[in-house]
Design a protein around this ligand. Structure first.
Ligand SMILES: CC(C)(COP(=O)(O)OP(=O)(O)OC[C@H]1O[C@@H](n2cnc3c(N)ncnc32)[C@H](O)[C@@H]1OP(=O)(O)O)[C@@H](O)C(=O)NCCC(=O)NCCS
Length: 184
């Protein structure tokens, strides 16, 4: 069985493809019903049609297995929240209400392929996409389920205290692309 203690899968063995309605996504299971339902119902196609989220499918080239997916969107985050975070700095003379960012709306790795570095490869890939866009993008951010907080922390995402999520289990987290090692 492919499982938790299998060796890491190198990034070169993954193929990232934009979602297509013809893709076979049935049976994808990342262990989270909300994330599974998004991909395996019409929701994903609706997000594409309404231009609210772009979904990518990640295949392991050995056998062409769908091992993960993620959905991203351009979205800004109020500077008010970021100013409270120690370590995030914007010169005071810059007057901006919002920080331009990329929202990781969804990210799921198939239950049989977790802890094999696929999630980390995807975060690096998304950072590359964000840095490669012609529109300035300073941060990656997302609402993390409590159980996935350690995964994002391992990638140096940090928690933002956010009034909106005060009564939610989820945590708002961000990653500062200004500190990304592959930024030239
Ligand atoms: C969270 C998720 C995307 C991580 O993907 P992954 O491919 O398993 O992660 P990686 O193998 O790249 O893990 C990198 C590091 O993150 C940390 N990490 C990952 N999963 C973790 C867990 N469940 N508990 C604690 N730390 C974890 C570890 O430090 C890990 O390194 P290690 O395996 O050498 O200890 C995946 O578990 C998943 O799909 N979960 C269900 C859906 C979900 O929660 N998605 C996030 C939406 S907010």
């Amino acid at each position: 069985m492919v499982g938790l203690h299998e060796p890491p899968i190198p990034f070169q063995e993954l193929r990232v493809e934009p979602f297509k309605e013809t893709a076979d996504v049935h049976g994808f299971d990342c262990g989270n019903k909300e994330l599974n339902d998004f991909l395996t119902t019409e929701e994903v196609a609706n997000y594409e049609k309404e231009m609210l989220g772009t979904t990518y499918l990640v295949y392991w080239i050995q056998g062409g297995i769908l091992v993960a997916y993620f959905t991203i969107a351009s979205q800004s985050l109020s500077i008010e929240y970021l100013r409270k975070v120690k370590g995030f700095s914007i010169p005071p003379e810059i007057r901006l209400k919002d920080i331009p960012g990329m929202l990781i709306g969804r990210l799921g790795v198939d239950i049989n392929y977790k802890r094999r570095t696929i999630g980390s490869h995807i975060l690096r890939y998304i950072a590359g996409l964000a840095l490669g866009t012609s529109a300035a993008t300073r941060i990656l951010f997302l609402e993390a389920y409590p159980e996935s907080v350690p995964f994002y922390e391992a990638f140096k995402f940090r928690i933002i205290e956010h009034q909106k999520l005060k009564h939610s289990r989820n945590r708002l987290m961000y990653y500062d692309l200004k500190n990304h090692p592959e930024k030239e």
